[in-house]
Ligand binder design. Structure first.
Ligand SMILES: [Mn+2]
Length: 242
């Protein structure tokens, strides 16, 4: 038995080849797993469950739902799709977990998260997290707007995000080592898995004289990034997206 982890697909109607690659995964490998965890930014943006059909997500959600009938499926929201709500769970069968969840992964206690909470040096992003993502009244107000108005605001936010990325160095947008070490200690784990930075890699740490590992999933821009874990270990595979 095995478990899959994926993140940062950034699905959008503008990149149908990535949606096709995800649908292929759902129709094939996904069905062989016992559990699947999606660690955020599945969608390029999400402006409310009621706008899913309009943004072309309906076929994706029904394919996810088909898998959830055979496999335990979980979703942690990213900074792009933090507005997923209970209707998303109904339509996809993926249960929403809080960001920063601890799971038992074949005997190893493992922290799973989207990863942007670890990017403490990115002040603008941390402001976005506190003022918007984690601000219930902001989210409720936004979701109460008419869909075209939400689409317009999301476009503006994406433009600001592009400008921000162009201005801020790559180091600032990566995780800060202090936050990583604090997270290992806070949750008392020796293993964590996250996405967000799109920098697929594994990093070793020594926390209180014990070795710890941080695994980073890649994005799905030019190739897939799928982590497969079983009792024997862990590997990430990348397949080119045509
Ligand atoms: Mn992200």
């Amino acid at each position: 038995m095995h478990t899959y982890f994926l993140s940062d697909l950034h699905l959008t109607p503008e990149r149908p080849q990535i949606t096709a690659a995800f649908l292929r995964f759902l129709e094939t490998d996904a069905l062989t797993a016992e559990r699947i965890y999606l660690l955020g930014d599945l969608f390029e943006f999400w402006i409310g469950d009621d706008a899913a059909d309009m943004l072309g997500a309906a076929p994706i959600m029904s394919a996810m739902h088909a898998v959830s009938q055979h496999v335990d499926c979980y979703f942690i929201a990213g900074n792009r799709d933090f507005l997923v709500r209970s209707n998303f769970t109904v339509k996809t069968g993926f249960k929403i977990l809080p960001d920063e969840s601890v799971i038992d992964l074949y005997g190893s206690k493992t922290l799973i998260l989207h990863g942007d909470s670890l990017c403490a040096d990115d002040i603008a992003h941390q402001h976005f997290r506190s003022a918007m993502m984690n601000n219930k009244s902001f989210c409720d107000d936004f979701l109460s707007l008419a869909i075209p108005e939400r689409i317009e605001k999301a476009k503006q936010a994406r433009m600001q995000s592009h400008e921000h990325k162009a201005q801020v160095s790559m180091e600032i947008m990566d995780v800060t080592e202090n936050s990583v070490i604090e997270a290992f200690k806070k949750y008392d784990v020796q293993q964590m898995i996250h996405g967000h930075t799109h920098r697929q890699n594994q990093h070793k740490y020594e926390i209180n004289k014990v070795q710890a590992t941080r695994y980073v999933l890649g994005d799905w821009h030019t190739s897939t990034s799928i982590m497969k874990v079983d009792a024997a270990g862990l590997e990430i595979s990348n397949q080119a997206i045509a």
